[in-house]
Design a protein around this ligand. Structure first.
Ligand SMILES: NC(=O)c1ccc[n+]([C@@H]2O[C@H](COP(=O)([O-])OP(=O)(O)OC[C@H]3O[C@@H](n4cnc5c(N)ncnc54)[C@H](OP(=O)(O)O)[C@@H]3O)[C@@H](O)[C@H]2O)c1
Length: 292
């Protein structure tokens, strides 16, 4: 049976990749985690997953985790600046035959984001690869944007009326599972942009959240300066505020991102739309349940 190593396995996307592969049942799943004992609870309902120690900063852990693996799901944790040249070489030396990289929509045009460099390294490394370029995660509302939503019933982002292509990370997991598990070269050398079928601006997202949650959610779009100082006063790290600005302010000045049908083409299922995401995560979005 094919063996797949999943990095970032405890995170939003990685855990959904593990779950989707587990449902298929046709590959050996190795979840790469920083702390095997602490991570065990995240996988309590996934009995066929082997947890292996892995740190992006520790070459020895990478070599051990990669030994005997056929495929690698490579994810760049948001807090790291590495572009993974050494890890890609280690995977090559270990005989990994396919690397699936979680990039970001538009990475091919944005030379300043680290994903762009990793994509280039993969194209040059000689190991068959597939690039997944997902749109804006709906799950940002259950992670980075959740506190404002729960405590103030508001979205506070300098995004104006810019429209965003969205994706539920469960769909990213489903696509990744197909690409990792299917035999043959069909997905090799491909770059897949993953989106749901509708673009929304944040006012429309606030309206759909209000409807789905049964409580008014407001949307306020501050100037970049006001956004920066408000977040800084609330203790958010300046580097992270700049990332939020980049993600939400710059799209006001570029064309709306394209939509694709790739999720349906690869999985055979329509992608999850925003109202469904809201319904499925209602308790978390209202602050009635903690994030897992
Ligand atoms: N947010 C969006 O809208 C969006 C859209 C498109 C693409 N993306 C891309 O998606 C990626 C983030 O995915 P995500 O949301 O799933 O991330 P996440 O939830 O923050 O998960 C990060 C994962 O990386 C692990 N990790 C962190 N540091 C590590 C280290 N030193 N060694 C080993 N593992 C480490 C974490 O493990 P621990 O449990 O040990 O912390 C966790 O499993 C980024 O590359 C981002 O650019 C994001």
């Amino acid at each position: 049976m094919k063996c797949v190593l999943i990095t970032g396995a405890t995170g939003n996307v990685g855990l959904e990749v593990v779950r989707a592969l587990h449902r298929r049942g046709d590959v050996k799943i190795r979840a790469a985690v920083r702390d095997v004992a602490q991570s065990a609870t995240a996988f309590h309902d996934l009995p066929n997953v082997q947890l292996v120690p892995f740190d992006f900063g520790d070459a020895a852990s990478q070599t051990a985790a990669l030994a005997g693996c056929d495929s690698l799901f490579l994810l760049r944790p948001p807090q790291l600046t590495d572009t993974f040249g050494d890890l890609i070489n280690r995977a090559k030396q270990a005989g990994v035959g396919h690397i699936v990289f979680l990039s970001v929509q538009g990475a091919e045009h944005s030379r300043f984001i680290p994903h762009h460099k990793t994509e280039k390294l993969l194209k040059a490394c000689g190991v068959p690869y597939t690039l997944l370029r997902p749109a804006y995660f709906m799950q940002n509302f259950t992670t980075t944007l959740r506190a404002d939503l729960v405590q103030r019933r508001r979205i506070f982002l300098p995004a104006g009326r810019a429209r965003f292509a969205l994706i539920d990370v469960r769909d990213v997991g489903r696509v990744a599972a197909v690409v990792l598990a299917e035999p043959g070269p069909r997905h090799q050398g491909q770059a897949y942009t993953l989106t749901a079928r509708h673009r929304l601006n944040f006012q429309q997202m606030a309206d759909q959240l209000s409807q789905g949650l049964g409580t008014k959610i407001t949307y306020e779009s501050p100037s970049p300066w006001r956004f920066f100082w408000t977040e800084k006063r609330e203790g958010v790290a300046p580097g992270f505020i700049l990332v939020l600005l980049l993600l939400h302010y710059l799209p006001r000045f570029s064309a709306a991102p394209p939509l694709t049908q790739t999720v349906q083409e690869i999985t055979g299922q329509l992608p999850i739309e925003f109202p469904q995401f809201v319904a499925d995560n209602r308790a978390q979005l209202l602050g009635l349940a903690s994030p897992p």
